[in-house]
Design a protein around this ligand. Sequence first.
Ligand SMILES: *Cc1c(COP(=O)(O)O)cnc(C)c1O
Length: 229
Amino acid sequence: MDETFDYISENLKKIVFNIEEAKAKYRSSNDAVEIMAVTKTVPYEAVNYAVECGIRLLGENRVQEYLSKKDFYNPKAQVHFIGHLQSNKIKYIIDSVDMIQSVDSFKLAKEIDRLAKNKNLKMDVLIEVNIGDEPSKSGIASTEAENLICQISQLENLKVKGLMAIPPVGGGEKYFEKMHELFIDIKGKNIDNIDMSILSMGMSSDYELAVKHGSNLVRIGTKLFGVRK
Ligand SMILES: *Cc1c(COP(=O)(O)O)cnc(C)c1O
Protein backbone atom coordinates (compact mmCIF):
# COMPACT_ATOMS: atom_id res chain seq x y z
CA MET A 1 0.00 0.00 0.00
CA ASP A 2 1.10 3.53 -0.83
CA GLU A 3 2.09 5.51 2.25
CA THR A 4 1.18 8.88 0.71
CA PHE A 5 -2.37 7.86 1.53
CA ASP A 6 -1.73 6.85 5.15
CA TYR A 7 -3.88 9.77 6.29
CA ILE A 8 -6.90 8.04 4.78
CA SER A 9 -6.56 4.99 7.01
CA GLU A 10 -6.02 7.26 10.03
CA ASN A 11 -9.13 9.27 9.12
CA LEU A 12 -11.17 6.12 8.63
CA LYS A 13 -10.15 4.80 12.05
CA LYS A 14 -11.37 8.03 13.67
CA ILE A 15 -14.68 7.89 11.81
CA VAL A 16 -15.25 4.26 12.79
CA PHE A 17 -14.40 5.12 16.39
CA ASN A 18 -16.80 8.09 16.48
CA ILE A 19 -19.61 6.05 14.96
CA GLU A 20 -19.13 3.28 17.50
CA GLU A 21 -19.09 5.86 20.27
CA ALA A 22 -22.32 7.49 19.06
CA LYS A 23 -23.97 4.07 18.78
CA ALA A 24 -22.90 3.07 22.28
CA LYS A 25 -24.11 6.36 23.72
CA TYR A 26 -27.41 6.81 21.93
CA ARG A 27 -28.65 3.60 20.37
CA SER A 28 -30.22 0.61 21.98
CA SER A 29 -29.24 -1.84 19.25
CA ASN A 30 -25.87 -2.51 17.72
CA ASP A 31 -27.22 -2.32 14.14
CA ALA A 32 -24.47 -1.66 11.63
CA VAL A 33 -23.80 1.78 10.19
CA GLU A 34 -22.21 1.64 6.77
CA ILE A 35 -19.61 4.21 5.75
CA MET A 36 -19.77 5.47 2.19
CA ALA A 37 -16.71 7.21 0.75
CA VAL A 38 -17.87 10.22 -1.26
CA THR A 39 -15.41 10.58 -4.11
CA LYS A 40 -16.06 13.91 -5.82
CA THR A 41 -12.75 15.53 -6.90
CA VAL A 42 -10.78 12.68 -5.30
CA PRO A 43 -8.32 10.83 -7.59
CA TYR A 44 -9.11 7.17 -8.11
CA GLU A 45 -5.82 6.14 -6.47
CA ALA A 46 -6.97 7.65 -3.18
CA VAL A 47 -10.42 6.08 -3.60
CA ASN A 48 -8.86 2.67 -4.14
CA TYR A 49 -6.70 3.13 -1.07
CA ALA A 50 -9.90 3.65 0.95
CA VAL A 51 -11.25 0.41 -0.52
CA GLU A 52 -8.05 -1.36 0.56
CA CYS A 53 -8.74 0.00 4.06
CA GLY A 54 -12.15 -1.66 4.07
CA ILE A 55 -14.54 0.83 2.44
CA ARG A 56 -17.13 -1.10 0.43
CA LEU A 57 -19.35 1.72 -0.76
CA LEU A 58 -18.50 4.66 -3.03
CA GLY A 59 -20.74 7.69 -3.58
CA GLU A 60 -20.70 9.50 -6.92
CA ASN A 61 -22.16 12.97 -7.55
CA ARG A 62 -21.20 13.83 -11.07
CA VAL A 63 -21.85 11.68 -14.11
CA GLN A 64 -18.87 12.91 -16.17
CA GLU A 65 -16.42 12.58 -13.33
CA TYR A 66 -17.69 9.11 -12.48
CA LEU A 67 -17.37 7.93 -16.09
CA SER A 68 -13.77 9.13 -16.20
CA LYS A 69 -12.85 7.19 -13.05
CA LYS A 70 -15.04 4.12 -12.90
CA ASP A 71 -12.84 1.80 -14.97
CA PHE A 72 -10.00 2.37 -12.53
CA TYR A 73 -11.97 1.65 -9.37
CA ASN A 74 -11.35 -1.48 -7.36
CA PRO A 75 -14.40 -3.65 -8.16
CA LYS A 76 -14.63 -4.79 -4.53
CA ALA A 77 -16.65 -1.66 -3.75
CA GLN A 78 -20.23 -0.98 -4.79
CA VAL A 79 -21.08 2.38 -6.32
CA HIS A 80 -24.12 4.49 -5.48
CA PHE A 81 -25.09 7.58 -7.41
CA ILE A 82 -25.89 10.33 -4.86
CA GLY A 83 -25.93 13.55 -6.90
CA HIS A 84 -28.71 15.35 -8.69
CA LEU A 85 -29.51 13.27 -11.77
CA GLN A 86 -30.99 14.57 -15.00
CA SER A 87 -33.21 12.15 -16.91
CA ASN A 88 -31.05 12.37 -20.03
CA LYS A 89 -27.96 11.24 -18.07
CA ILE A 90 -29.41 8.05 -16.59
CA LYS A 91 -28.36 6.03 -19.59
CA TYR A 92 -24.67 6.65 -18.88
CA ILE A 93 -24.78 5.14 -15.40
CA ILE A 94 -27.66 2.67 -15.39
CA ASP A 95 -25.57 -0.45 -15.87
CA SER A 96 -22.59 0.47 -13.73
CA VAL A 97 -24.07 1.70 -10.44
CA ASP A 98 -25.63 -0.49 -7.76
CA MET A 99 -28.05 2.10 -6.44
CA ILE A 100 -29.37 5.59 -7.19
CA GLN A 101 -29.94 7.49 -3.92
CA SER A 102 -31.28 10.69 -5.43
CA VAL A 103 -34.72 9.82 -6.80
CA ASP A 104 -37.11 12.68 -6.05
CA SER A 105 -39.81 12.60 -8.72
CA PHE A 106 -42.03 10.09 -10.47
CA LYS A 107 -40.77 11.34 -13.81
CA LEU A 108 -37.19 10.42 -12.90
CA ALA A 109 -38.29 7.08 -11.44
CA LYS A 110 -40.23 6.19 -14.60
CA GLU A 111 -37.23 6.93 -16.79
CA ILE A 112 -34.93 4.83 -14.59
CA ASP A 113 -37.50 2.05 -14.76
CA ARG A 114 -37.71 2.24 -18.55
CA LEU A 115 -33.94 2.13 -19.04
CA ALA A 116 -33.53 -0.61 -16.43
CA LYS A 117 -36.10 -2.69 -18.29
CA ASN A 118 -34.15 -2.21 -21.55
CA LYS A 119 -31.03 -3.47 -19.82
CA ASN A 120 -32.92 -6.28 -18.16
CA LEU A 121 -31.96 -5.19 -14.68
CA LYS A 122 -33.65 -4.01 -11.52
CA MET A 123 -32.32 -0.78 -10.03
CA ASP A 124 -32.29 -0.16 -6.29
CA VAL A 125 -33.15 3.41 -5.34
CA LEU A 126 -33.55 5.66 -2.32
CA ILE A 127 -36.03 8.49 -2.20
CA GLU A 128 -34.31 11.81 -1.57
CA VAL A 129 -36.29 13.96 0.87
CA ASN A 130 -35.85 17.72 1.15
CA ILE A 131 -36.35 17.58 4.88
CA GLY A 132 -35.54 21.25 5.48
CA ASP A 133 -37.85 22.41 2.67
CA GLU A 134 -34.96 24.36 1.21
CA PRO A 135 -35.76 25.86 -2.21
CA SER A 136 -32.14 25.46 -3.35
CA LYS A 137 -32.06 21.72 -2.71
CA SER A 138 -33.38 18.75 -4.61
CA GLY A 139 -35.52 16.14 -2.92
CA ILE A 140 -39.24 15.57 -2.53
CA ALA A 141 -41.12 17.41 0.23
CA SER A 142 -41.51 15.19 3.29
CA THR A 143 -45.30 15.49 3.02
CA GLU A 144 -45.16 14.04 -0.53
CA ALA A 145 -42.68 11.25 0.12
CA GLU A 146 -45.17 8.50 0.93
CA ASN A 147 -47.26 9.35 -2.08
CA LEU A 148 -44.25 9.16 -4.38
CA ILE A 149 -43.21 5.84 -2.88
CA CYS A 150 -46.69 4.40 -3.47
CA GLN A 151 -46.52 5.47 -7.11
CA ILE A 152 -43.03 4.04 -7.54
CA SER A 153 -44.09 0.74 -5.97
CA GLN A 154 -45.96 0.04 -9.22
CA LEU A 155 -42.78 0.15 -11.31
CA GLU A 156 -41.34 -3.29 -11.97
CA ASN A 157 -37.70 -2.53 -12.64
CA LEU A 158 -37.15 -0.25 -9.70
CA LYS A 159 -36.91 -1.16 -6.05
CA VAL A 160 -37.18 1.39 -3.26
CA LYS A 161 -34.77 0.53 -0.44
CA GLY A 162 -35.16 3.53 1.82
CA LEU A 163 -34.65 7.27 2.21
CA MET A 164 -31.82 9.74 1.75
CA ALA A 165 -31.50 13.33 2.95
CA ILE A 166 -29.12 16.26 3.08
CA PRO A 167 -30.48 18.25 6.05
CA PRO A 168 -29.84 22.01 6.31
CA VAL A 169 -26.26 22.89 7.20
CA GLY A 170 -26.06 23.71 10.89
CA GLY A 171 -29.73 22.85 11.29
CA GLY A 172 -29.09 20.79 14.38
CA GLU A 173 -30.80 17.60 15.40
CA LYS A 174 -34.40 18.29 14.58
CA TYR A 175 -34.11 17.47 10.89
CA PHE A 176 -32.44 14.15 11.64
CA GLU A 177 -35.24 13.40 14.10
CA LYS A 178 -37.84 14.28 11.48
CA MET A 179 -36.17 12.04 8.90
CA HIS A 180 -36.04 9.16 11.36
CA GLU A 181 -39.74 9.61 12.14
CA LEU A 182 -40.64 9.68 8.46
CA PHE A 183 -38.56 6.55 7.86
CA ILE A 184 -40.22 4.64 10.72
CA ASP A 185 -43.63 5.88 9.67
CA ILE A 186 -43.32 4.78 6.03
CA LYS A 187 -41.69 1.50 7.02
CA GLY A 188 -44.66 0.81 9.29
CA LYS A 189 -47.06 1.08 6.36
CA ASN A 190 -45.60 -2.08 4.79
CA ILE A 191 -46.18 -0.84 1.26
CA ASP A 192 -46.02 -3.64 -1.34
CA ASN A 193 -42.75 -4.00 -3.22
CA ILE A 194 -41.04 -1.45 -0.94
CA ASP A 195 -38.18 -2.36 1.34
CA MET A 196 -37.55 0.42 3.88
CA SER A 197 -34.17 -0.68 5.15
CA ILE A 198 -31.72 2.12 4.40
CA LEU A 199 -31.69 5.56 6.01
CA SER A 200 -28.88 7.47 4.30
CA MET A 201 -28.00 10.66 6.19
CA GLY A 202 -25.00 12.25 7.83
CA MET A 203 -21.92 13.82 6.23
CA SER A 204 -18.53 14.96 7.54
CA SER A 205 -19.85 17.70 9.79
CA ASP A 206 -22.79 15.86 11.32
CA TYR A 207 -22.51 12.08 10.97
CA GLU A 208 -22.47 11.45 14.73
CA LEU A 209 -25.79 13.28 15.06
CA ALA A 210 -27.20 11.33 12.14
CA VAL A 211 -26.14 8.06 13.77
CA LYS A 212 -27.78 9.18 17.00
CA HIS A 213 -31.03 9.50 15.04
CA GLY A 214 -31.05 6.20 13.26
CA SER A 215 -28.90 6.66 10.17
CA ASN A 216 -27.47 3.39 8.90
CA LEU A 217 -25.49 4.84 6.00
CA VAL A 218 -23.27 7.89 6.42
CA ARG A 219 -21.74 9.59 3.39
CA ILE A 220 -18.29 10.98 4.12
CA GLY A 221 -16.04 13.01 1.83
CA THR A 222 -13.97 15.69 3.58
CA LYS A 223 -13.33 13.87 6.85
CA LEU A 224 -12.01 10.87 4.95
CA PHE A 225 -10.08 12.34 2.03
CA GLY A 226 -9.38 15.88 3.26
CA VAL A 227 -10.72 19.23 2.02
CA ARG A 228 -11.77 19.13 -1.63
CA LYS A 229 -9.63 21.07 -4.12
C1 LIG B 1 -20.36 15.90 -1.07
C2 LIG B 1 -21.46 15.07 -0.53
C3 LIG B 1 -21.32 14.35 0.66
C4 LIG B 1 -20.08 14.40 1.53
O1 LIG B 1 -19.80 15.68 1.98
P1 LIG B 1 -18.65 15.96 3.07
O2 LIG B 1 -19.16 17.11 3.85
O3 LIG B 1 -17.41 16.28 2.30
O4 LIG B 1 -18.51 14.74 3.89
C5 LIG B 1 -22.38 13.57 1.09
N1 LIG B 1 -23.52 13.48 0.38
C6 LIG B 1 -23.69 14.15 -0.77
C7 LIG B 1 -24.98 14.01 -1.51
C8 LIG B 1 -22.67 14.97 -1.26
O5 LIG B 1 -22.86 15.64 -2.40
